[in-house]
Design a protein around this ligand. Structure first.
Ligand SMILES: Cc1ncc(COP(=O)(O)O)c(C=O)c1O
Length: 394
């Protein structure tokens, strides 16, 4: 959703635009471009970058980042579902779009109409795609996923070979790709990837007529050169978050989540704050109100344990996170006042809170923190503080 206000925002300064916003997400396009270059350098020449932009581009806002990623040269896109693929086409994305998740035969016509590449897991879907392709006088490109040990989506090796051969005989289909996904990509010990690689290559060997193979997410792409094949499916790495147990290819976070302090309450010793009064002041305290809550995707599990930055200092979340707001103790931040910028994820005056830090406190992973960020927070894409695009209502 692009509001009228947003349509006029391009070229404005970020500082002016955000001066009177409760909460917003900044997307640093210069960093996104640099990350594409860094990942490309790391994986080496001749290997395509398949930008994984499912789940609203990991919370970054598909509309805010996908067109930019195409401009920065990624060769392909991957999404989870047919509607996510359609959204990319509606945004004007022209590069190949692969659907990684399950699709039903009823979705075949739409997939063909938008030139999406589906991962086919059963003959009924293949037949529906072939019929839709025939009706349009074109071929539908498909990929087949081999389950090499994650036991999530895909076909067991024998089934994958059988289905691929069946699809090869269908003139309206082109079996373009064969892929798999690692179970332990960012574990301290990722050696199970070798077992998965052996299973995958045994299938690939029997299907040597399939031209395109891919197996690596960000961590695998960075850690295991032999699994890069023709392309790497990088999500988190392009967004500048280094997966656990993985070397840094030289990327920096693209997203920051910011808000304004909207009220400071003076709280006397013994008084409690927020629902359930689970935090009580031990001294005379100044408690700042941050207009972000679990309804925005800010985890409720950060109640009484999260941290944010105010005036370059880390301050603790006090009391429970509510649907739309939460409180922080700013007693030790001299001069803290309504209107101050609050950084929930990102950098401020030399201090930094990464999505991975938030994840650790919330008992989850950075992917979850980012992908949970809701559409009601506007995304503002900028380069060096000059706004390029706004997605969402301001
Ligand atoms: C099948 C598949 N490939 C690639 C990715 C990208 O992973 P990452 O964000 O770790 O690069 C994902 C992410 O969940 C995925 O499910």
């Amino acid at each position: 959703m692009t509001e009228p206000r947003a349509a006029t925002a391009a070229g404005e300064s970020l500082a002016e635009l955000t001066g009177e916003l409760n909460a917003w997400i900044e997307i640093d396009l210069a960093r996104l471009e640099a990350n594409v270059a860094a990942v490309r350098r790391w994986v080496g020449p001749g290997i395509e970058l398949i930008a994984v932009v499912k789940a609203n581009a990991y919370g970054h806002g598909t509309a805010a980042v996908a067109p930019a990623l195409e401009r920065y040269g990624v060769e392909r896109f991957a999404v989870f579902s047919v509607p996510e693929g359609v959204q990319l086409r509606q945004l004007g994305i022209r590069r190949p779009v692969l659907v990684l998740g399950h699709a039903f035969p009823r979705q075949a016509a739409e997939a063909v109409a938008h030139d999406l590449t589906l991962t086919v897991d059963e003959p009924a879907l293949a037949e529906a795609l072939a019929a839709a392709a025939r009706a349009r006088g074109r071929k539908a490109r498909v990929h087949i996923k081999v389950d090499t040990g994650l036991h999530r989506f895909g076909l067991a090796p024998e089934e994958a070979v059988a289905l691929a051969e069946q699809l090869r005989a269908m003139p309206d289909l082109e079996v373009e790709g064969l892929w798999t996904h690692m179970a332990n990509a960012d574990e301290p010990d990722d050696s199970f990837s070798e077992e998965q690689q052996a299973r995958f290559e045994a299938v690939a060997c029997r299907l040597d007529w399939v031209p395109y193979r891919h197996a690596a997410n960000s961590a695998t792409a960075i850690r295991r050169a032999s699994l890069r094949y023709h392309g790497v499916r990088t999500g988190i790495g392009l967004f500048g978050v280094v997966p656990p147990n993985t070397p840094d290819p030289g990327v920096r976070p693209v997203l920051s989540l910011r808000a304004r302090l909207v009220r400071i309450a003076e709280v006397s010793p013994g008084e409690g704050v927020s629902y359930g009064l689970t935090w009580r002041a031990r001294r005379h305290s100044r408690v700042g109100l941050v207009p972000v809550g679990y309804g925005d995707g800010w985890p409720r599990s950060l109640s009484n344990c999260g941290e944010v930055l105010v005036r370059g200092r880390r301050v603790p979340v006090v009391g429970r996170i509510c649907m739309d707001q939460f409180l922080v103790d700013v007693t030790d931040v001299p001069g803290a006042a309504p209107g101050d910028e609050v950084v929930l994820i990102g950098e401020q005056e030399g201090e930094r809170i990464g999505a991975e830090d938030v994840a650790e406190l919330a008992g989850t992973i950075a992917w979850d923190i980012l992908a949970s960020l809701q559409a009601r927070i506007p995304r503002i894409a900028h380069r060096a503080g000059v706004v390029e695009a706004v997605v969402g209502a301001l």
